[in-house]
Design a protein around this ligand. Structure first.
Ligand code: G3P
Length: 218
């Protein structure tokens, strides 16, 4: 299972990278705005900094909603670095642009996916990644994890190569449940990844080991 971090915060990206478990980064216009990164040139420079920090794939989202605009933006983003994955919205022109980039050998991430039908279309267009938003489904009393299971079954039925990138992950249990269901990738905040570290018996056990060592070596 690949671990992506879902943020545009450089410190948090560096922190996850330092741990040695990071496979990539996902961003979106809201995450960029949260870090105060606005305006075309600043956004481009920020993507460059992110690519310098990590080894893996970096999803960069287009703002255009028409095919020509998505192609123009996506090509400029992809030219920045081989790590860039062009992130496209799940709308008709987004599907068309996904097929265009697939045919050109450029990696894509189809985002804002909330149904199995949308995931099927993304796979048909050859998407590298599909991003079902599980947290936002949970927010409206719909089981986000059920969507991951549905997509897994459909992709396995037909051998689609598109990787299921569980997005809108909000907490540690989302990661564990996505792993059980066979999501290829998860993207979540640093806190959700660090939550995997925690167990009180680990803390108690370590404290005991250190205390016993101290007794024997004092
Ligand atoms: O990866 C998608 C993500 O950025 C959306 O997360 O928490 O805003 O639903 P959230």
């Amino acid at each position: 299972m690949k671990f992506f971090i879902d943020t545009a915060n450089l410190d948090q990206i560096a922190d996850a990278q330092d741990m040695g478990i990071l496979d990539g980064v996902t961003t979106n216009p809201s995450l960029m705005a949260k870090e105060g990164i606005t305006g075309g040139e600043n956004i481009i420079n920020h993507y460059k900094k992110i690519c310098e920090l990590v080894d893996g794939d970096v999803s960069a989202e287009v703002i255009s909603t028409d095919f020509e605009g998505m192609v123009r933006e996506g090509e400029a983003l992809a030219a920045l670095n081989d790590q860039i994955v062009v992130k496209l919205p799940m709308i008709k022109d987004g599907v068309k642009a996904c097929k265009y980039f697939t045919d050109k050998g450029i990696k894509t991430n189809v985002t804002l996916v909330f149904s199995a039908g949308q995931a099927l279309l993304a796979a048909k267009a050859g998407a590298t990644y599909v991003s079902p938003f599980i947290g936002r489904l949970d927010d409206i009393s719909t089981d986000g994890l059920h969507l991951i299971a549905e997509i897994r079954m459909i992709y396995d039925n037909y051998g689609f190569d598109t990787q299921i990138l569980a997005a809108s992950v909000r907490h540690t249990m989302h990661i564990i449940d996505c792993a059980k269901l066979g999501a290829d990738v998860m993207t979540g905040p640093l806190s959700s990844i660090e939550g995997l570290l925690k167990h009180p018996l680990t803390d108690i056990g370590l404290a005991t080991f250190l205390a016993d060592y101290k007794k024997g070596n004092s």
